[in-house]
Design a protein around this ligand. Structure first.
Ligand code: COA
Length: 341
């Protein structure tokens, strides 16, 4: 090798030494900070757990003794209750901002790993990414179900589509459990809905080709096509809410106000709700169709009544949950309106 090349490489290595030493220092500093952070985290966790327990006990005692107090002691009692409630709220916020080990389903699926998102920005980013994931998957499934409804009628292709649905709903269950772990108010029903959808798509996957499958197949593909179109509309509603909530949380002096957010939310809901309820009627229709199909002399597979039951439960759960959500929002809006008058 040429002598000059060796000297230039040696020179380059010498130059790198400075950066290498600095990297070693930084890494040492990082490990030290991480140890401090871990010990701080441990201290905060044990302090906040203790505080929460104590406030809970005090709150219970105040509640118990409230009946024995005279009228003159009431203001003092109410003041103490307010004080405890405020402290409990702050403790809850601190508790949520600390990394926690996963519990229940998450622990079972992911093991003892922390999935806590520590800042509001991280939570919003994760939710945004989850909404985008749902949008892209809905578009893919919309295209696939369009093909399977109108162009391709091939059992193997159907099976691939059903497998994609099983995977999609499993992924949603995990992502939504992470969101709930980080304080999202996603209703338990939507998680149950995804579990049931996994079972339903699993049943469709193993449903053998035959009279009953052929009779139901086109209806299911058309239903999937419709559902995915609605999910795209849902994305615009949910991401619009998220964008406005983020803007409200980050800058209170922004052009978006709480009233503005609520007006937008109601416009979005009024647009979305008819499509959602048509989807629920479609589920009810599928349940009835499958129920009638189960009496067909050539439809002996257990998959027919099993899917009929799942479609019916999905219809009931979706219809009642969405109606309850809208009713609660409407009552809250009325209450606010009355307070202003
Ligand atoms: N899936 C996942 N998350 C949902 C959800 C759903 N179907 N519905 C609501 N959420 C989330 C919201 O994003 C919000 O999250 P956050 O706490 O992290 O901000 C939380 O749950 C509370 O939302 P909520 O105030 O109850 O409702 P909303 O205004 O966000 O949405 C609906 C109301 C009716 C539009 C919504 O619940 C919905 O789209 N429901 C229909 C879903 C459905 O039927 N799917 C099957 C179609 S056949």
């Amino acid at each position: 090798m040429d002598n000059s090349i060796i000297s230039s490489l040696a020179e380059e290595l010498d130059d790198m030494n400075v950066e290498y030493d600095s990297l070693k220092e930084q890494s040492k500093e990082f490990k030290k900070t991480l140890d401090t952070l871990r010990s701080l985290q441990k201290t905060c966790m044990s302090m906040v757990t203790h505080q929460k327990k104590k406030y809970k006990q005090i709150s219970k005692s105040l509640q118990c003794h409230s009946k024995d107090l005279g009228i003159e002691d009431r203001p003092r009692l109410e003041e103490l209750q307010r004080h405890v409630a405020e402290k409990q709220k702050v403790c809850d916020e601190i508790h949520e901002s600390l990394p926690r080990a996963s519990e229940g389903f998450l622990k079972l699926s992911l093991g003892q790993v922390s999935v806590s998102l520590l800042s509001k920005a991280e939570k919003f980013d994760y939710k945004e990414e989850y909404e985008c994931f749902k949008l892209y998957m809905s578009i893919i499934m919309m295209i696939v179900s369009f093909f399977t409804t109108f162009i391709v009628d091939y059992r193997l292709f159907d099976a691939q589509f059903h497998f994609l649905l099983v995977w999609y709903y499993c992924t949603l269950v995990i992502r939504e459990s992470i969101l709930r772990h980080n304080g999202s108010r996603i209703k338990g029903w939507w998680v149950i809905h995804h579990y049931l959808s996994v079972v339903l798509c699993g049943i469709l996957l193993i449903w053998p080709s035959g009279v009953s499958y052929d009779m139901f197949r086109n209806r299911f593909m058309a239903f999937s096509l419709y559902l995915n179109c609605v999910q795209v509309l849902q994305y615009y509603y949910q991401s619009g809410c998220l964008y406005r909530l983020r803007a409200l949380g980050e800058k209170s002096d922004m052009y978006i106000t709480v009233e503005g957010f609520q007006a937008w939310m109601w416009r979005g809901l009024t647009f979305l709700l008819p499509f959602l309820f048509i989807g629920y009627l479609f589920q009810f229709y599928n349940a009835i169709f499958l129920f009638q199909l189960s009496f067909h002399p050539d439809a002996n597979e257990w998959m027919v009544p099993a899917s009929a039951i799942i479609f019916f439960v999905l219809f009931l759960g979706n219809f009642s949950t969405t109606s309850k959500v809208v009713l609660t929002k409407f009552q809250a809006k009325q209450k606010k309106g009355n307070k202003k008058l």
